[in-house]
Structures are given as structure tokens and as C-alpha cells.
Design a protein around this ligand. Structure first.
Ligand code: MN
Length: 464
């Protein structure tokens, strides 16, 4: 499997090199941290090859959009972080074009067309959810075209982290890419508290700023952060200055890790806050980009704030864009904070096993999914509680997001599908996380359906 995967990358690179240099190429990428990292890798590689390219970042692929591309003058298309689920649509809308698909979603359809170069780890028995991301594929492809592109290995890892593929360490192909990055000395791996700014900022400030994970009562609260240190018998100061992580004794560190884990509902995995730290050596000590995990969250903020081009610019090393991306991240955090205050200040529909929040225009539709995740992760809801949050778009549609608190036998995407299907809406997801779209005029019917189905679900649980 390993060999066939690497051969498919080599073949893709050779096939790409055969495209005449005067043919303009269009990169179409998903608006995600992984998609952005993948795009930045391709942009850099194409510049080196003196290729003409255009990049477009989208929230999803649609037939209309694909149809519009046919006469756009582009001779080749590279789809990043999407495409594997749209093989037929791409093929029927772009006949005669050279198509490259770099995706790692499940492939349901083994549709093969001559003009397609389809790279997906699932086609080679790898697990696309943890073994490699689209940025990893884009990187291996770029590296197969020109060995100097090995310097971008770290960007492949930023993409993988953005897709939650680093669970206490990298595995499989991601691990090989990490080794390449270490070999060419752009990165270093060490062990420590996995909180942002850990080497540079005072401990209390690191705790206060923690957003991944969010520590209930501590994240966003200076008082809460100082209280946590007091509780764990750690003096926040050393002499006249603030204590940093390097000043902690082993037993203090252990107490702090335990205390943080106790604060996060349902979380007992030490890996969440203690483990590998990936340092980008080319960045200054003060730079948030120095920590690869923080780099990925900055890109994620650019996506959520609907400004992916700033994220791409930051990946390309543009100083202005790097600074703008940090500002976007701050704005994003502020907005999420406001959304949580709105939530706390209003009443919502609560059942025994569910919570339904109709935010209407109070929360941006692009942020509703993050908002829903934060509620599920930081509020102490009973295991098995289903949270559904809704927010309106400008197009008379309402975006719906659903989360399951804690893992149990329930499949939240099946439930959301059952609620949405009679309303002609669309939805996708998996056991813990699902999302969908309905017409705004169907909101009332959606809530009624949801109540009915979730109440039945709760009854079934009691019965069995
Ligand atoms: Mn991805």
C-alpha cells in the first residue's frame, strides 16, 4: 500500500510536468486550515515552476460553480481538500480538462476517468482521517516535482494538525513527513505543556489565553487563571517577575496538569495538554507561528472569519499577512466570547437529553459550528446530550450544527438526517459532529421535528 501510494504521487508529478507551461491552472481548495496549507504549498511550487495559476477557496463544491469553470480559460484544475465525493460532477462539468484531486475524505465511488489524477490515501488502504491530510498530499506532490520543496514539510504538518490528525503524535505518512521536516532542520520536537505561548509568556497568561483546549472558568479570565494556580499551590511569581513554565518543578507541573484535566468535563486524556510540542525554528521566540499547533489555529481563524487569502499569505511568509492573520484570530476569539455571552443571557429550548439554540441573526452562520463545539466541550452537559444550534445566512437559509456530548452509542448525524430529510434540507457528518442546511421558512418545522425525534431517542435510551 505504501508503495502504490508513493507511486501515485510520482505519477501525478510526472503527469503535471507534461502540461505545457502556457496553460493556466486553477487551484480550487476547501476553506479549511488544511486546504489553506495545501494551497500555499501548491502556490509556492507553481511559482518555482513558472506556472500561471489562480487560487480560489470555497466553502463547498457546487454543480453551478463547476459548470462556470468550463469556459473560464483554465486547462487544468487542482482540487484540494475536496473533490473525492464529486468525481462524477467534476467529470461531467469539466470534460477534456486535466483534473488533479488531492483529497483525504472517504471515497464512496471508484469512478475512474482518463483525464483524472485522483490521489486519496483511502485508495491505498491508508486511513485518511489520521495518516495524511490534503496538505500532506500537496507537499509530497510538490516534493516529487522538485526536491527543494522539502523545505515546506512543516506546512504539511500544519494542515494535518488543522484536521486533528496529531493525537499525542503523528502516525504513518504524517510521521514520515515530520521526519523529513526534522531532517532538514526547520523544526524541532520537544515535550511539554501543550498550551500556546508556553515558553514565552507568564504561566497565568498562558492559562488565561488557552483556547485549545478551552479550560472552563480559566480561559478568558485572568482571575480564574490565578485562582487555578492558587488551588494547585503554585506561586504565580518568582521573585518580582511572573513565573513561566520553565520555572515549574516536576511535581508542580504534574499538579497543574491534573487540575486542568479536572476542569474539562469528560476529559481524562493527559495527551490533550501534555505531550509533543512542534517548534518552527525559523520563527522568533515571540512569534505565535513558532508553535505549529498555534499556526494551525491562526489559519483556522482566517477560515472562520471568511478571509482564507490572509491565511494563504501568512503561509507564504508575507509579513503583513502574518500580522493580519493574528489580528483575525483575536477578532475571532472576541466574537466567540460575545456569542457565549449572548447564549448565557437568553433562554433556550431544553429537553431531558437535548438543547436547541436558534441564534437567528445573533451568531454568524460561519461560526455556528465552532460555537456548538465549544458548548459541547466546555459546559457540563450530561453525557448523551445533543446540542443543536441554528444560525441564518443571507440567502434565506439556516445553517444547523449538531454535537453529541461525550461518546456513547448515539449517532448524531443519523439523528440530524432524520430531522432534516422531511424538510428537503441537506446534512452530513459523523457520530459526534453533524451539520446541515435548511430553508429559513422551515425553522419552526425543523424544531418541531427535532423535539419529536430527540424525545423518542431519549425514551429508547431509557427502555434499553
Ligand atoms: Mn482536510
Amino acid at each position: 500500500m505504501h508503495e502504490t501510494f508513493h507511486r501515485s504521487i510520482q505519477d501525478a508529478a510526472s503527469c503535471f510536468k507534461e502540461i505545457p507551461k502556457d496553460i493556466p491552472i486553477k487551484i480550487i481548495s476547501l476553506n479549511s486550515a488544511d486546504g489553506i496549507s495545501a494551497s500555499a504549498i501548491l502556490v509556492k511550487a507553481f511559482l518555482k515552476e513558472r506556472r500561471q495559476y489562480t487560487l480560489s477557496v470555497v466553502n463547498s463544491l457546487t454543480e453551478e460553480m463547476l459548470a462556470r469553470q468550463l469556459d473560464s480559460g483554465f486547462g487544468a484544475f487542482v482540487f484540494c481538500d475536496l473533490g473525492s465525493a464529486y468525481l462524477k460532477q467534476i467529470s461531467s462539468n469539466l470534460p477534456g480538462k486535466k483534473i488533479f484531486i488531492f483529497d483525504h475524505q472517504q471515497v464512496n465511488d471508484f469512478f475512474v476517468v482518463d483525464n483524472f489524477v485522483h490521489i486519496n490515501p483511502h485508495l491505498h488502504d491508508f486511513d485518511g482521517s489520521i495518516d495524511i491530510s490534503s496538505a500532506g498530499i500537496a507537499f509530497l506532490f510538490a516534493n516529487a516535482m522538485n526536491k527543494n520543496n522539502v523545505s515546506m514539510a512543516y506546512l504539511a504538518l500544519v494542515g494535518a494538525i488543522g484536521d486533528a490528525q496529531e493525537n499525542g503524535g503523528f502516525s504513518s505518512i504524517n510521521k514520515e513527513i515530520l521526519d523529513m521536516a526534522i531532517d532538514e532542520r526547520s523544526m524541532q520536537v520537544s515535550e511539554g505543556l501543550r498550551l500556546f505561548g508556553i515558553n514565552t509568556k507568564p504561566l497565568y497568561e498562558v492559562l488565561e489565553n488557552s483556547s485549545a483546549p478551552l479550560i472552563p472558568g480559566v480561559s478568558g479570565s485572568e482571575k480564574g487563571a490565578l485562582m487555578l494556580l492558587k488551588e494547585t499551590r503554585i506561586n504565580p511569581k518568582i521573585g518580582n517577575s511572573w513565573k513561566k513554565m520553565i520555572h515549574l518543578a516536576d511535581d508542580e507541573l504534574k499538579r497543574l496538569v491534573d487540575a486542568i484535566l479536572r476542569r474539562i468535563p469528560g476529559e481524562h486524556d493527559e495527551n490533550l495538554i501534555f505531550g509533543n510540542i512542534y517548534t518552527l525554528l525559523g520563527e522568533t521566540q515571540q512569534s505565535p507561528y513558532r508553535d505549529l499547533r498555534e499556526f494551525a489555529t491562526i489559519l483556522d481563524s482566517c477560515c472562520k472569519m471568511s478571509q482564507p487569502s490572509i491565511g494563504v499569505g501568512a503561509c507564504l511568509g508575507n509579513k503583513k499577512m502574518k500580522a493580519s492573520a493574528i489580528h483575525l484570530q483575536m477578532d475571532y476569539k472576541k466574537i466567540l466570547g460575545k456569542n457565549l455571552s449572548w447564549f448565557d443571557g437568553n433562554t433556550h429550548l431544553r429537553g431531558e437529553n437535548y438543547l436547541i439554540i436558534n441564534a437567528e441573526e445573533n451568531i454568524r452562520p460561519t461560526l455556528i459550528s465552532s460555537f456548538c463545539s465549544i458548548l459541547a466541550k466546555t459546559r457540563d452537559y450530561l453525557k448523551g446530550t445533543i446540542i443543536i444550534a441554528m444560525a441564518r445566512t443571507d440567502e434565506l437559509t439556516t445553517k444547523v450544527s449538531a454535537r453529541l456530548c461525550g461518546s456513547c452509542g448515539i449517532d448524531v448525524s443519523e439523528l440530524l438526517d432524520a430531522i432534516i430529510r422531511p424538510l428537503d434540507g441537506e446534512c452530513s457528518g459523523h457520530k459526534q459532529v453533524a451539520g446541515g442546511m435548511i430553508k429559513t421558512e422551515h425553522e419552526v418545522a425543523f424544531i418541531e421535528n427535532a423535539k419529536k425525534i430527540l424525545e423518542r431517542q431519549s425514551l429508547e435510551e431509557v427502555l434499553c
